[in-house]
Design a protein. Structure first.
Length: 516
């Protein structure tokens, strides 16, 4: 199980690293070759990949968990043979899930297409025509619908515990998508060309996932599953709660570009969004460990192995929060030097906004890791606080945005989450998993705070020493210092004594003895 989790985490990290690296190239290309207003509109449209989290009406989380719990009835070992009860239950889940995905895909395309058209009609832009924006939006909606149609095979692969392979394939498809987008921009393409390149991935992902499922668990395809109305009725309530949770999180995290477009104009989106993306990517890397281990938490919960489950959660928290603390400290200390080097002068949104984003994503990482593990035990208890967070986000950001501008919009996000998800998800999740607040504070938050403080001091010292050096030298040296501190933190906080000894054994070079 640990090897599966490590492989899943590494696959997610490789996927995120590839996407981040290519976006680091794509964003400057967009800034250089396309008008700033068009870049802002594309960031507005292009973020709709996040809609996949809400277009499935919560069935993604619930179906993956039910498949994992069904698999757990055969045992918590990832390679355990599946008994007859497990095979029959999973076959019915697949048959029911395929029909659900068809209807969800059709609904997603029609609803998103119509809502997007109404929004674009009242968006004030001067350099783009309505027909161009609508054509690009239609292609993006089609891409999202195809992604929803393919979800059943994602649920199956994840529920059975094959986490890493999905992300490995997604990495290759992300590379293809972003390379095509860069090529489209360099060849003079605009919104429509960018959207068309985005639509290729979901089609290919469905094909590859289905082939892997048939190869690894052929016994599941020897049983003909059937639509199970009672099973689907049992999925509706937890799925709707999961959907409301995702809807609230989506509104909080992805509504800023729409608010900025209304209050300040689309040209103000890119610099704000660039700062947001840096911290968001750290958050995505950090919660990868929770995503990769969630199905194994379900397996352990079903098998009653609670102490091992709590060890997994504790490790997830230490690893994830250390990444955000270390990376966030580096970004905060480098500040304008990092963004001016990356995007050019005049594209830094400011230190206060960056600091707000850091606090938001540190607390978000904590709440997401704990709630993901808690939800893996069939605890869908976060719908009310998430939808409240979404409502408060709109109210606070609009009010503070009119007063403080872009910083007010960011501050609205922080206040909305602090009053809802960030405390309730942490409290409820720790209670569900049998972990005390004292344990969490002393064994997770205290050592992670030391990592943050150490990184801030180290990067500041490097910056002072290289004050007269080129900007790239400051950024590289600061990043290397933060990376060394992170490596030391992960070594001491996430590995126990036996695992460190085993890692040293693997890393050591032992020459083989030659026969005389």
């Amino acid at each position: 199980m640990n090897r599966r989790i490590v492989f899943g985490v590494v696959s997610v990290w490789v996927n995120r690293a590839i996407v981040i690296a290519l976006r680091l190239v794509l964003i400057p290309v967009l800034f250089h070759y396309r008008p700033k207003e068009e870049v802002g509109v594309w960031m507005l449209l292009g973020q709709t990949w996040a809609l996949l989290g809400i277009l499935d009406l919560g069935f993604s989380a619930t179906m993956t968990r039910r498949i994992a719990l069904a698999k757990g009835k055969s045992g918590s070992d990832p390679n355990v043979p599946l008994n007859e009860e497990t095979r029959r239950e999973i076959a019915d889940l697949i048959a029911s899930g395929r029909l659900i995905c068809v209807w969800l895909a059709l609904s997603a395309f029609l609803i998103c297409g119509g809502a997007g058209f109404l929004y674009l009609r009242q968006l004030h832009v001067t350099s783009l025509s309505l027909s161009t924006m609508c054509a690009a939006w239609g292609i993006v909606c089609l891409s999202c619908a195809l992604g929803v149609w393919s979800e059943i095979w994602v649920w199956l692969i994840q529920g059975l515990g094959y986490m890493g392979w999905q992300f490995a394939m997604a990495s290759a498809l992300d590379v293809l998508t972003i390379v095509l987008q860069i090529a489209a921009v360099l060849m003079g393409g605009g919104l429509v060309a960018l959207a068309a390149a985005m639509a290729i991935g979901p089609v290919l992902l469905r094909f590859f996932l289905l082939r892997l499922a048939r190869k690894w668990r052929p016994e599941l395809f020897t049983i003909r599953g059937k639509w199970n109305a009672a099973l689907v009725r049992g999925l509706i309530s937890p799925s709707l709660r999961a959907w409301v949770t995702s809807l609230g999180i989506f509104v909080v995290m992805f509504s800023d570009p729409y608010l900025i477009a209304q209050l300040n104009g689309a040209s103000q989106i890119p610099a704000y969004r660039a700062a947001w993306l840096v911290l968001y990517n750290l958050n995505a890397l950090s919660v990868a460990v929770a995503v990769a281990s969630a199905v194994f938490v379900s397996h352990l919960w079903q098998a009653g192995r609670l102490e091992e489950l709590r060890r997994v959660v504790m490790r997830n928290l230490r690893l994830g929060l250390s990444i955000v603390a270390c990376g966030g400290a580096c970004v905060l200390m480098l500040g304008p030097r990092l963004f001016n080097l990356w995007l050019g002068p005049g594209n830094f949104s400011g230190g206060p906004i960056l600091a707000i984003f850091f606090v938001v994503f540190f607390l978000e990482t904590q709440a997401t890791i704990i709630s993901t593990c808690s939800r893996a035990t069939e605890d869908e208890a976060f719908a009310s606080c998430s939808i409240a967070a979404g409502a408060l986000k709109i109210v606070f950001s609009l009010a503070l945005g009119l007063w403080l501008g872009l910083m007010g919009i960011a501050l609205g996000t922080l206040l909305a989450l602090a009053l809802t998800n960030h405390w309730f998800m942490t409290y409820r999740g720790l209670k569900r998993l049998g972990m005390s607040a004292w344990q969490h504070g002393s064994l997770v938050l205290f050592p992670v705070s030391l990592v943050f403080a150490t990184t801030c001091i180290a990067v500041w010292l490097v910056e002072q020493a290289l004050r007269d050096a080129p900007a790239w030298a400051e950024v590289v040296a600061g990043g290397m210092a933060a990376g060394l501190i992170l490596a030391a933190a992960l070594w001491t906080l996430t590995l126990d004594k036996s695992e460190r000894a085993r890692a040293l054994l693997y890393l050591s070079f032992k020459p083989t003895r030659e026969n005389p």
